[in-house]
Design a protein around this ligand. Structure first.
Ligand SMILES: Cc1cc2nc3c(=O)[nH]c(=O)nc-3n(C[C@H](O)[C@H](O)[C@H](O)COP(=O)(O)O)c2cc1C
Ligand code: SF4
Length: 424
C-alpha cells in the first residue's frame, strides 16, 4: 500500500504539474473546496493521522485548534528542515512530487482559514529548492495557487524560505523565529504555534510527510486511511534505513511492521552481525539486537524505551564501539545546542568532555553516575526537545552495553580498537 510514494514509484512519473494532474492530482483540492472546513476536519480526525515530524501530535486536532482560533490572519507553515541525522524522506517528496505538498498546503489553508503558507526548507536542499520554486510557479499558472483557486473564492499563496543549517531550526518554535528573520532559538511552550505562531498569529505547522498524506485522505476518506497499518497509529510511514544494512533507502510501509521485517525483508538484512539499532535518529534511544520484534509505530517504540521520531532507522553492526558512538552523538548535540538555556548549553558540553576523556583513557570511576545525573537534569529542565533528547542515545548505550563503558574507564581498553585511548 503506497500513499506518499504512489506516484513517485510509477515508471515515467516526473513530478511536473502535468504528470501530477494525470495521476489525479489537485482533485482532492477541488473536492475540499466544495466541502466545509468542518467536513475536512472530520475526515482528518477519522483518519487518525499523527504528525510525521517526530512529536506524533494528531493532525486533525492541530488544524482544529487553528481553525477555532479567533485571531487573524492565520498561517500554514511546512517544516521541510529535515535536520535529524539519518533522515532523508522529506527530500524524496520535495524533489519528486512537490505538487502533492502544495495541494496539501492549499487544503490546510482552506480548512484553517489562512491565505498565506510558507515552506521552510533545509538550506542544503539545493535541488529541492529549485524544484519547489518551479512547482509553485506552475501551480500559480494553473490556478492551483494564487487568487480564486480553481474558480472558488479561496485564495492562497506559498513562499519558500531557506534555513541556514541549524538543527534546532527544525524545532517548530525556533523555525518560526527564524522565519520571522530572528536568530533561530526555541520559544517557551505553551503557547503553542496553533494559537501563537508566525508573527504571533495562529499557525498550523506540519512536516512534509504529514501534509503529503492529506490529498489521499480527502480522496479516499478518513476511514480508509485509518484501516492501514496499526489500529492505534494508522497509515503508512516513510522509514529511512541507513547504516550497516545491505539495502539502505527510503521505504514506505504500513505502520506497525516489525523492525526485523524492515531490516531483513526490505533492507536485505544486516551487513555483518547486528549490535544495536537507533530507530528514530540520534535523538532516540538504542534498541539492542534482541528487540527486533518491536513494531515500528509511535506507541510501540515508546513502550520499548525508544521513539520513532522521524524514522531515521540506523543499523549498527558489531564493529562499532558504543563509547565512540555515544561520544559522536554528544558532539553533535553540543555543536547544535542553540545555547539559550543552561542545562542544554552546559550539559551537552560536559557530556562531550566526559566521553572524549573516556575515549582517551582518562575516564573516571564516577563518570557513569555523573552522566546519568546529567541526562536526568537535561531531560527535566531543558527548554526544548533538543536538550531533552540530547542524552537519549548516549544514555541508552550506557544502559545496554555497560561492560564496554566499564572497560574504557577501568581497564583503559577499547576492545574494538576504535577509540584512540591516548590524549590526542
Ligand atoms: C531539535 C528538533 C529538531 C526538529 N527537526 C524537525 C525537522 O527537521 N522536521 C520536522 O518536520 N520536525 C522537526 N521537529 C519537530 C517539530 O518541532 C514539530 O513537532 C513538527 O514539525 C510538527 O509537525 P508534525 O505535527 O506534522 O509532525 C524537530 C524537533 C526538535 C526538538
Ligand atoms: S534545549 Fe538546547 S537547543 Fe533548546 S533552547 Fe535550550 S539550549 Fe537551545
Amino acid at each position: 500500500m503506497k500513499v506518499i510514494l504512489k506516484n513517485i514509484e510509477k515508471e515515467g512519473y516526473d513530478g511536473s504539474i502535468a504528470s501530477y494532474i494525470s495521476e489525479g492530482g489537485y482533485e482532492a483540492l477541488k473536492i475540499a473546496l466544495k466541502k466545509t472546513p468542518e467536513d475536512i476536519l472530520s475526515e482528518l480526525k477519522k483518519s487518525k493521522l499523527v504528525g510525521r515530524g517526530g512529536a506524533a501530535f494528531p493532525t486533525g486536532m492541530k488544524w482544529e485548534f487553528a481553525r477555532n482560533s479567533k485571531e487573524t490572519p492565520k498561517y500554514v507553515v511546512c517544516n521541510a528542515d529535515e535536520g535529524e541525522p539519518g533522515t532523508f524522506k522529506d527530500r524524496l517528496i520535495l524533489e519528486n512530487d512537490p505538487h502533492m505538498l502544495i495541494e496539501a498546503m492549499a487544503i490546510a489553508g482552506f480548512t484553517v482559514g489562512a491565505s498565506q503558507g510558507f515552506i521552510y526548507i533545509r538550506g542544503e536542499y539545493f535541488k529541492a529548492y529549485d524544484v519547489l520554486t518551479a512547482a509553485i510557479e506552475d501551480a500559480v499558472k494553473n490556478n492551483c495557487l494564487g487568487n480564486n483557486i480553481l474558480g472558488s473564492d479561496f485564495s492562497f499563496n506559498i513562499s519558500l524560505y531557506r534555513g541556514a543549517g541549524a538543527y534546532v531550526c527544525g524545532e517548530e518554535t525556533a523555525l518560526l523565529d527564524s522565519l520571522e528573520g530572528k536568530k533561530g532559538q526555541s520559544r517557551v511552550k505553551p503557547p503553542f504555534p496553533t494559537f501563537v505562531g508566525y508573527q504571533n498569529k495562529p499557525t498550523v505547522l506540519n512536516n512534509v510527510e504529514t501534509l503529503s498524506n492529506v490529498p489521499q485522505i480527502i480522496l479516499n476518506g478518513g476511514d480508509w486511511y485509518s484501516k492501514i497499518g496499526s489500529a492505534d497509529c494508522p497509515g503508512t510511514k516513510l522509514y529511512c534505513l541507513s547504516g550497516d544494512v545491505k539495502k539502505p533507502g527510503v521505504y514506505e510501509l504500513p505502520t506497525g511492521i516489525t523492525l526485523k521485517e524492515l531490516i531483513d525483508t526490505y533492507g536485505g538484512g544486516v551487513d555483518g552481525k547486528l549490535k544495536a539499532v537507533l530507530p528514530g535518529g540520534v535523538s532516540s534511544s538504542f534498541l539492542a539486537a534482541d528487540q527486533l520484534d518491536v513494531k515500528m509505530d509511535y506507541p510501540s517504540l515508546q513502550k520499548a524505551g525508544s521513539m520513532l521520531g522521524s524514522a531515521a532507522v540506523m543499523v549498527v553492526n558489531d564493529t562499532h564501539c558504543m563509547v565512540d558512538l555515544a561520544k559522536r552523538c554528544t558532539e553533535f548535540f553540543d555543536y547544535e545546542s542553540c545555547g539559550k538555556c543552561t542545562p542544554c548549553r552546559e550539559g551537552t558540553k560536559r557530556a562531550r568532555e566526559i566521553f572524549i576523556n573516556m575515549s582517551q583513557a582518562a575516564g573516571e570511576a564516577t563518570d557513569i553516575a555523573l552522566l546519568k545525573e546529567l541526562q536526568d537534569v537535561m531531560y527535566d529542565t531543558s527548554r526544548c526537545g533538543l536538550g531533552q533528547a540530547a542524552m537519549n542515545a548516549a544514555g541508552s548505550a550506557m544502559d545496554k552495553f555497560p561492560s564496554e563503558f566499564e572497560k574504557h574507564i577501568t581497564k583503559k581498553n577499547c576492545e574494538l580498537g576504535i577509540c584512540p585511548m591516548e590524549k590526542v
